[in-house]
Design a binder for this molecule. Sequence first.
Ligand code: ADP
Ligand code: MG
Length: 377
Amino acid sequence: MGPTRRPACRKPSRSGKRLAGFPLAPGSTIGIVGGGQLGRMLAMAAARLGFDVAVLTPHGDAPASRVAARTIFATHDDPAALAELAGLCDAVTFEFENVPAAALERLAALGAAVAPDAQALAVAQDRLEEKRFLGGAGIATVGYAPIEGPAELAAAFERLGAPLILKTRRGGYDGKGQAWAADPAQGREALAAIGGRGAMAESVCDFARELALIAARGRDGGIAFYPLTESRHEGGILRRTVAPAQASPELGAKAQAIARTLLLALDYVGVIGIEMFEAKGGALLVNEFAPRVHNTGHWTLDGCEVDQFEQHIRAIAGWPLGPTAALAQVEMTNLLGEEADDWRRLAAEPGARVWLYGKGEARALRKMGHVNRLRPL
Ligand code: ADP
Ligand code: MG
C-alpha cells in the first residue's frame, strides 16, 4: 500500500464542469485528501463502483488508508505529496474540513479535477465568511457579529440581545470552540476560553428542533436531495439522526429551495450537508454547511438505494446522480468513545446495522462508529 506511481493520467483543463474525460470510467483513480471515517466510507463506495482510491493523510493508521488502494503519507499541504496525488488521480476530493484551501488550489493548478472546489471549502472553514456568504445568497441565519476582541462584546450584546454564543471563526467542530455568555462580563471569559481572537458572536436560536438536509450536485448541474432529517445534539455533538424527519411537504420544499440556492451560489459539485434550525415560529435558518459528506447522512448507508458516499463519488466522477428516496425509517446513533465496545450486542440486535471506523483509540466522545436502526416506512 505504498505510494506507488501509475503512469501519468490525463491532465484535465481547469475549466470545472467542462473538463474532458467525464464520466470517469471504472479503473480511474479518485483522490481523497484526509483519512478519517468519511474518507473510509467514500473509499468503500468508490471501490464498489470499480474505482481505485488514493488517500493523502499524515496518519499511518488512518481509517481511510486501511481500505484504499494507495496512501500518500504526508501533511495535507505537502507540495510533493500534492503533486503526486494530482499525477495519480482523475478526480480529487476531500473529507476533512481543515484541509488548507490553498492545498486544493494547488491541486487544481496542477491540473487535478478537484470537487468541491477551494472556494466552497474556504467559505465553510470560516464561520463568519460562511454566515456572510449565506446572507449574500439570501439565505436566513441567526444574527451574528464579528468579535475581534473584548471591546466589541458590549455592542454585540446591544445589537443581538442575550444570551450569545461565542464561536471561533476557524477550527471548531463537534461543539468545540464555542461558549455561551449571558452578559459582556461572561462574554470576556467565554472569549478567553475559546482563544480570545478571531471569533464571532451569534444570537441563540430558540429552535423547535434541528434539521439537516443532504443534497448533491453533479458535474452536469443535476441536483438531488435526500429526505429532510432531524438531528439530536448533546453537548454540541450529533448523537442521533431521525430519518426521514416528520415534516410537511411545505417544510421539505422550503429546505430544498435553500439547498438549491446554496448549491448554485457555490457552483458546487459533490455532496453537501446543510444544518438548519427550525425556529418555533416555523422559519428555517441555516446554522452551517459542510462541503462534504456529513454525519447526518450516515443513515443513507442503509436507508437509501444510493447512499451519500456513493452519491458523492458519482457526482465528482461525472456520473449521473442516483435515487435518494428513503426505503426505510432509520434512526442513526453515533457510537462515541467506549460505546463502540458494545459491538457484540449491536451486531446481534435485529434491524441494527453497525458501522465501525477502525479507529484504534476510543478517546472520550470520539466518533468510533455508528449504528443504523431500521424500521419499515
Ligand atoms: P459544530 O461545527 O461544532 O457542529 P455548530 O455551529 O453546528 O458547530 O454548533 C453545534 C451545535 O450547537 C448545534 O448543532 C446546535 O445544537 C448548537 N448551536 C450552535 N449555534 C447555535 C445557535 N446560534 N443557537 C442555538 N444553538 C446553537
Ligand atoms: Mg454543526
